[in-house]
Ligand binder design. Structure first.
Ligand SMILES: Cc1ncc(C[n+]2csc(CCOP(=O)(O)OP(=O)(O)O)c2C)c(N)n1
Length: 291
C-alpha cells in the first residue's frame, strides 16, 4: 500500500459509515475532531471505557461521529447526563462536547455546579460566538457590538469570559485555544483527560455561515485569520491593559491544580457507611447471640 492509499489515522476513531461530516465547509468543528483524535491516539484511549456526551447544536453533533458509546442529550443538559453517568460508573472516561450556547446559556447553571463539584470529566466547548445550528442568534459569548440574527444592530450585552467563569466556579483544569492552534489544543485535551477533576477546554472557532457573514467578514479564511491574529498568549496579556485587550482572545492554560473530586468523595462516603452498617449489624447479632 502506498502512503497515498494509507487510511487517515483519525478514521480508526470515527464511524466511517456516517462520513462525510454534516458541518458547513470551513467550519471549525473538523479541526476540533482532528485534535481530539490525535489525543485519543497518543494516549491509546480505550474507546470501550469512554463515553462522549453532548447537548444540542452543531458542536453537539460531534459524539455521533465517534466509534464508541455516546449520548446526544437535550439542549443544555449534557453535563447533567454526564454527571449521572460518571457518578454511576466512575471508571468511565467521560468527555463532553458542547457549544457556547449549550453550556453557558441554557446549560449555564449545570456548568457552574459541575465545576463546583469538580466532577472528573473533560468538557470541550466550541465557542463560535453564536448559536450556529439555529441560524446565528447571539449567545452569552458574542462580543458586545457584534451582530446576530437577534441583534441586528449589534449585541447590547457584555459577553462571558468562559474560562474566568469556570475558574471562579472551581474547575481543576482550564485552558483556551483556537482552531488555529490544533497542536496546543490536542495537548490541552490530553492534560484535561489526565486531570482528576473537572477539566474545561474552550476552543474559539469560526462559524462563517452564521457569525462571520452577518458581521461583514467576506470569507471563511478571513474569519480564521481574524481569530489567529486576535490571539494573545496569557503571558503577553499580563502586561496589557483592558483597552489593549479589547477584542483579543487570551490563549493558554489558566488553571491546573489538584482538588478533591466529586465521585471519589461520594464513594468514600458509601464505603464508610457500609463499614458502619456492617459494624452495627455485627453488634446487634452479638446481642441476639447470633454468630
Ligand atoms: C430546550 C431547547 N431550546 C432551544 C432549542 C433550539 N436550539 C437548538 S441548538 C441551539 C443553539 C446551539 O448553539 P450552541 O450551543 O452555541 O451550538 P452551535 O450550533 O453554535 O455549535 C438552540 C437554541 C432546543 N433544541 N431545545
Amino acid at each position: 500500500m502506498t502512503d497515498a492509499n494509507k487510511e487517515h489515522f483519525a478514521l480508526k476513531y470515527l464511524r466511517k459509515d456516517r462520513l462525510p461530516l454534516m458541518f458547513c465547509s470551513g467550519c471549525g468543528i473538523g479541526t476540533v475532531i482532528n485534535s481530539a483524535c490525535k489525543t485519543f491516539d497518543k494516549i491509546e484511549l480505550n474507546m470501550k471505557d469512554t463515553v462522549l456526551v453532548s447537548g444540542i447544536g452543531c458542536s453537539s453533533r460531534i459524539p455521533g461521529y465517534f466509534e464508541c458509546d455516546s449520548i446526544h442529550t437535550t439542549h443544555g443538559r449534557a453535563l447533567a447526563f454526564a454527571t449521572g453517568l460518571k457518578t454511576f460508573n466512575p471508571d468511565l472516561n467521560v468527555i463532553v462536547f458542547t457549544g457556547d450556547g449549550d453550556c453557558s446559556a441554557i446549560g449555564g447553571n449545570h456548568l457552574i455546579h459541575a465545576c463546583r463539584r469538580n466532577i472528573d470529566m473533560t468538557v470541550i466547548c466550541i465557542n463560535n460566538n453564536t448559536y450556529g445550528m439555529t441560524g446565528g442568534q447571539y449567545s452569552p459569548t458574542t462580543p458586545s457590538g457584534k451582530k446576530g440574527t437577534t441583534a441586528p444592530y449589534g449585541n447590547p450585552e457584555r459577553p462571558f469570559d468562559l474560562c474566568k467563569l469556570v475558574e471562579a466556579a472551581g474547575a481543576s483544569y482550564v485552558a483556551r485555544w483556537t482552531t488555529t492552534h490544533p497542536i496546543q489544543l490536542a495537548r490541552a485535551i490530553e492534560k484535561g483527560m489526565n486531570t482528576k477533576g473537572f477539566a474545561f477546554i474552550e476552543v474559539v472557532a469560526q462559524c462563517h455561515t452564521n457569525y462571520g457573514r452577518i458581521n461583514g467578514v467576506k470569507t471563511n479564511i478571513e474569519l480564521v485569520e481574524i481569530i489567529k491574529n486576535s490571539s494573545i498568549s496569557i503571558n503577553k496579556a499580563k502586561n496589557m491593559n483592558e483597552e489593549e485587550l479589547n477584542e483579543k482572545v487570551i490563549i493558554g492554560e489558566f488553571v491546573n491544580k489538584e482538588q478533591p473530586e466529586y465521585t471519589e468523595q461520594i464513594y468514600n462516603i458509601i464505603e464508610q457507611e457500609s463499614v458502619l452498617n456492617k459494624e452495627e449489624e455485627n453488634e446487634e447479632n452479638k446481642k441476639e447471640g447470633k454468630k
